[in-house]
Design a protein around this ligand. Sequence first.
Ligand code: AMP
Length: 429
Amino acid sequence: MKVKKLKGTCDFYGETIKEYRYIEKISREVAEKFGFTEIQTPVFELTDVFLRSVGESSDIVNKEMYTFLDRSENSLTLRPEGTAGVSRAYVENKMYANPGLTKLYYFEPMFRCERPQLGRYRQFTQFGVEALGAKSPYLDADVITLGAQILKKLGLTKFKAVINTLGSKESREVYQTNLKEYFTKNIDAMCDDCKERLNKNPLRILDCKVDRDSEVMKNAPTIEQFLSDEDKAYFDKVIEIVKSQDINYSVDSKLVRGLDYYSHTVFEFVYDDPNSKLDGLTLFGGGRYSGLSSAFSGPETDAIGLAIGVERIMLALRELNVFNFSDKLCDVVCINIGESTKVHAISIANYLRSHDISVDLDYVSNNLKPQFKLADRTLAENLIIIGEDEVNNNTFKVKNTITKEEQILNIEQLSSYFNIEGEKYAYKK
Ligand code: AMP
């Protein structure tokens, strides 16, 4: 049977897995510099975890979740995003009882049944952070800065930040009522999805990709008109700090983000190059929320998070030619002359490997030609060639493939050639 991977999924190997791990490494390092520690939550949860948090009016819950019944008829869902599971874990493990902020990061696969296209997959990885337990414009700006630092550290230069506030729950409710009145009058000119959103969550109409540039959308009331003085002062402070951190940003009052749980600060970072097919692609997004812990019967908790799309970052870094990995597969290749010295070659390979030197050898052939071909392919800097003479004299022929220099070394000399200290190798027959 010929089988192919599922639509919207990726295999990572060779160069692509190096790219993936590079992004993982830098993201973890930056998050840890900001005081975040790792959390891993299960790949699947009770469907309720997402219904209660991501929100029933979101596209994720409505159209994109991989939901199934297990053998006991429980409804389970493959994690479509990270915040819900982290909030569930925060409450379940009573992390709120710890003093101070809880700062967590994750690097995990997510699953959404979306129409696959450039930068949109059905399994993708998010690097996310969540800071739970405080509300402060300094924290909001710090999380935004963390995202910007990850992009900069990765070498991703072409991006811009779009920031908005959704205000407090009270301001937002008044705004939503106004928005609903406005869109009700104009709904005939809007797409079917917007018609549906009108009843469920009119705010989400602002997120519509279809009607984005329409006159109705352009003239819609904006949140600014409904913010309380306190909301405004909070947001102004966030902006003041972001500005001071040298981040290229703009404020867009139409930015609402696709999930229902946000309040106050929301933001997205998008790829910014009008000449590129990636222009406008959202690299990451996030925002402040407060109702998730209580949705899981925990205390009302102020929190803020962001989630970076790892595969999208890969696309952007490729576009910018940032990746430059070495093709070298190992440091040394051990070559045996004839079958009789093969075990000796394996033993010296394992001695070097146990001292952190990467070594490969040809498992199949004793002929020199394929063994040298392997050496060429791996770009190993040194070859260790072992024939009968070497075994009899307890020596090793070492060839440097760059200088072409050859030397016959005893075990002490070989060890110092590779800077190995401590116990020396002794071949046991
Ligand atoms: P969201 O959880 O929808 O706010 O998404 C956060 C980030 O995850 C986005 O900015 C994208 O970079 C990435 N992302 C979301 N959905 C997908 C997808 N289907 N495929 C690839 N990346 C995605």
